[in-house]
Design a protein around this ligand. Sequence first.
Ligand code: OAD
Length: 229
Amino acid sequence: MTAKKKLVISSGAGISAESGISTFRDADGLWEQYPVMDVASADGFARNPALIHKFYNERRAALADVRPNRAHIILKELEKDYDVYVITQNVDDLHERAGSSHVLHLHGELLKMRALDDPSLTFKVTPQTVTTPQTRIDGHLVRPHIVFFQEAVPMFEPATELVHQADVFVIVGTSLVVYPAAALMNYVRPGVPVYYIDPKPSRVPAGVHVIAKKATEGMAELADILTKS
Ligand code: OAD
């Protein structure tokens, strides 16, 4: 029996769009409704932590009303033929709910809170959890387990190692605007095929196969290509 090839996916907000979760930079995206530096930066958190708790309480509550879509599910199904590793910028849990075995969250997770006095301590919460700057879990004041702008991205290095091992690399539903996530493709080994699924693929790096479709359609097309090769 030959070892399965390693398929590494880098997903962004676009893969969850058809589940009903807003992207950030499309028309009507979250960053049109909320000033990003108020609700998603380290300075914003220092200035007005209550606003940030409220913003993420709302994002978390919305998870109760959404489900993984066909694109998330196809990624799980591809595990039959490939060792699939998902690196996601998304803070939702839709890859996990679709059953993907390996999911690395670059920008944190809505369903976790983190101790303010010990960043290594995280606590699982539910979509119904509501927090404020005064909330304590196991005695610790907590903040959302989200990577804010102006903060380091601790999971970037493990993500680059996965990308370096990829036999196929797929980017889906991201504007490739936010670094370091957008730089992941630089870690692909020479000769490894790279696909980019996005209905508006704005920044297409050289040598990338573009599938200019929504995630559900584009993933179905990609699965056809990958399972016939
Ligand atoms: P963006 O909102 O920047 O980009 C969303 C991408 O999804 C765009 O390229 C859209 O064309 C595409 N898109 C829209 N609908 C789609 C669909 N049905 N199928 C596939 N693609 C679709 O979101 P990200 O690139 O994920 O970080 O944003 C990166 C980071 O910026 C986020 O993780 C977040 C944000 O600030 C933090 O908050 C830390």
